[in-house]
Design a protein around this ligand. Structure first.
Ligand SMILES: Nc1ncnc2c1ncn2[C@@H]1O[C@H](COP(=O)(O)OP(=O)(O)OP(=O)(O)O)[C@@H](O)[C@H]1O
Ligand SMILES: [Mg+2]
Length: 227
C-alpha cells in the first residue's frame, strides 16, 4: 500500500548540514500497525511528515499504491492528504478561531463529500469516543493540552482515512486518557482494519503495535540497537 524507498532528508542549521534521515526503507501493508520508537531528535516527526505528504524528501520516494506521491500534481497530493492520510500532529495544529466541533468537521467540509449535518453527527460520535463530549463549543485556547490532543485525534479520524499517522498521540495525556487512546487505536486496527503508523518515544505506546521499529540517528531498525 505504502512504500518508503531510500528516503534521505537533510536540514541545515546555518553552519552544518544535518543528515536527519539516512536511507530509510519501509513497506507498509494494508491493516499494518507500525510503531516507530526513538529518542528526541531522532527524526520521527520528519519521517512521519514525509510519509504523509507534508514534507518532500531530498532523496528517495514515497509510493502510495505504486504512485510516487511527490511526483503528483499539487492538487492530487492535496486530495491525497485530505482523503487518504489522517494526521495527528505532535503539536496538534488546531485552528484557533474555530470551536472544537468545527475543527473536527473541517476536513469533511474541505472534501465536499459529506453534508454538514452528517459531519456534525459523525464528529460528535468521534469526539465522544475520545472523551471530549463536554467541550464541543469550546475554543482551542480554552481547553488543556491533553484535550487539544484528543481533538486532533478526532479530526484525523473524521474522514476514515486509509492510513492514520500519529505523532506522539499520547504525549500530553494522563495515564487514563493515554490508555484510552491506546485502546481506541487497537480497536480501529482490529475491528475497523485501519492501517496505522505511530511514532513515539514511549515504550508503552509503542508496544500496542503489531510491528515495532526503532529509529536512531536517522536510521531505522527492526530491533533496538545496542549502544
Ligand atoms: N525545519 C528544521 N530545520 C532545521 N533542523 C530541523 C528542522 N526540523 C527538524 N530539524 C532537526 O532534525 C532532527 C529531527 O527532528 P524531528 O522533529 O524529526 O525529531 P523527533 O524524533 O520527532 O523528536 P521529538 O521526539 O523531540 O519530537 C532534530 O535534530 C531537529 O533539530
Ligand atoms: Mg517529533
Amino acid at each position: 500500500m505504502l512504500e518508503i524507498n531510500n528516503v534521505n532528508k537533510f536540514y541545515s542549521d546555518g553552519i552544518r548540514k544535518l543528515h536527519v534521515l539516512k536511507n530509510i526503507n519501509l513497506v507498509v501493508d494494508k491493516n499494518d500497525f507500525i510503531s516507530i520508537q526513538g529518542p528526541s531528535g531522532a527524526g520521527k516527526s520528519t519521517l512521519l511528515h514525509i510519509i504523509g505528504g507534508l514534507d518532500k524528501p531530498d532523496d528517495g520516494n514515497i509510493f502510495f499504491n505504486k504512485k510516487d506521491i511527490y511526483n503528483m500534481k499539487d492538487y492530487v497530493l492535496a486530495n491525497l492528504r485530505n482523503k487518504v492520510f489522517g494526521f495527528v500532529f505532535q503539536f496538534y495544529h488546531l485552528l484557533p478561531e474555530f470551536t472544537v466541533l468545527e475543527n473536527v468537521i473541517l476536513p469533511g467540509l474541505i472534501s465536499k463529500n459529506y453534508k454538514k449535518k452528517e459531519l456534525i453527527r459523525k464528529a460528535k460520535n468521534i469526539l465522544e469516543s475520545v472523551n471530549m463530549q463536554h467541550r464541543f463549543n469550546y475554543m482551542p485556547n480554552q481547553i488543556s493540552g491533553g484535550e487539544q490532543q484528543r481533538v486532533a485525534i478526532a479530526r484525523a479520524m473524521i474522514l476514515e482515512p486509509e492510513i492514520l499517522l500519529c505523532d506522539e498521540p499520547t504525549g500530553n495525556l494522563d495515564s487514563n486518557n493515554a490508555q484510552h487512546i491506546c485502546e481506541l487505536l487497537t480497536y480501529l486496527h482490529n475491528q475497523e482494519k485501519q492501517t496505522i503508523i505511530i511514532v513515539t518515544h514511549q515504550k508503552s505506546m509503542s508496544s500496542i503495535a503489531k510491528r515495532q521499529l526503532f529509529i536512531e540517528d536517522g536510521r531505522i531498525y527492526q530491533y533496538k540497537r545496542e549502544v
